[in-house]
Design a protein around this ligand. Structure first.
Ligand code: ZN
Length: 295
């Protein structure tokens, strides 16, 4: 058990959304113990708690809340908070997508340094699954959590594209290891998919300075930050989606070729298991299901 944490003071961040291409203004505010992370859309007056029951769509990113009132591309901010042990945060945003910044979680870590992470008077218990929880298998993919006394991540990927190929990483996640080994890893996209994504209304804010551009054989826009930056970014994304557990987490998470939908499904399995054991209370999904059904 450790003390809960929040920021000492508000911090402003702004930039364009990766998918919408629109400018967004964000203010990270301190929050009270027990509040967890919440998003507030100032333009539509909607508050959304960052828990897996709120997860909506997974079009190359994770969105929370019902369509029309959602907040998109939340995973890098949530990853930075989860990796830093930042529990309570109220995130104001004036549009439907958080800014992509440089494509990594590093700018969010810097924002937390500006706002200063401080301890609060209340303690917080991590969630520790008591048995192996595995997301139902999709062909060639795998995602599970095993009981452990620390948070460990093992991630492997296997892309046909020779610029990526096979990569794997395993590490114990602490604020120090996170900010050094995962936070700087940038998101990536394939040049061959760019026009198709744009035609679907995605990747409209993708620029060479906010993602790794992968051509048919090479990275097209400069040096990588790590030789295995791709798998590190997948681990960063996984932690962002696991932040939707809503509490610190202990366990060994093993992932192979997973993605946002599988990551979030595991977060929901962990929450459902914790609710069965009386550790947490689940949120209603009703608002989102109705909004999805209406589309
Ligand atoms: Zn990502």
């Amino acid at each position: 058990m450790r003390s809960q944490t929040t920021l000492a003071r508000p911090v402003r961040v702004h930039g364009i959304g990766l998918h919408t291409g629109r400018q967004a203004q964000v203010v990270l505010h301190p929050a009270e113990p027990g509040e967890g992370i919440t998003f507030f859309r100032t333009d539509v007056g909607r508050e959304i708690r960052a828990v897996s029951e709120a997860a909506g769509r997974f079009d190359y990113s994770t969105s929370l809340g019902p369509r029309g009132e959602e907040v998109g591309t939340v995973e890098h901010l949530l990853s930075a908070a989860f990796g830093s042990g930042l529990d309570n945060l109220s995130v104001e945003v004036d549009g439907s997508e958080l800014p992509i910044l440089d494509g990594s979680a590093l700018p969010w870590i810097r924002a937390f340094q500006v706002g200063r992470i401080v301890r609060q008077a209340a303690p917080i218990d991590p969630i520790c699954p008591s048995r192996v929880l595995a997301v139902p298998q999709a062909p060639g993919k795998r995602l599970e959590i095993r009981p452990a006394r620390e948070l460990r991540i093992t991630y492997s990927i296997d892309f046909e594209n020779p610029a990526i190929g096979e990569q794997s990483i395993t590490m114990v996640v602490t604020p120090e290891s996170y900010s050094r080994h995962l936070a700087p890893a940038r998101t990536f996209g394939f040049l061959a998919e760019y026009e198709h994504l744009k035609s679907k209304g995605l990747a409209r804010g993708a620029r060479p300075d906010n993602c790794i551009v992968v051509g048919s054989r090479h990275v097209e826009n400069g040096e990588l930050r790590f030789a295995d930056e791709f798998v590190r970014h997948k681990a960063l994304d996984l932690l962002g989606d696991l932040a939707l557990v809503g509490r610190p987490l202990l366990g060994h998470v093993v992932a192979h070729r997973a993605g946002h939908a599988m990551h979030t499904a595991l977060a929901q399995m962990i929450r459902t298991d914790a609710e069965r054991r009386g550790s947490i209370t689940l949120e209603s999904r009703a608002g989102i299901s109705e909004a999805l059904a209406a589309n």
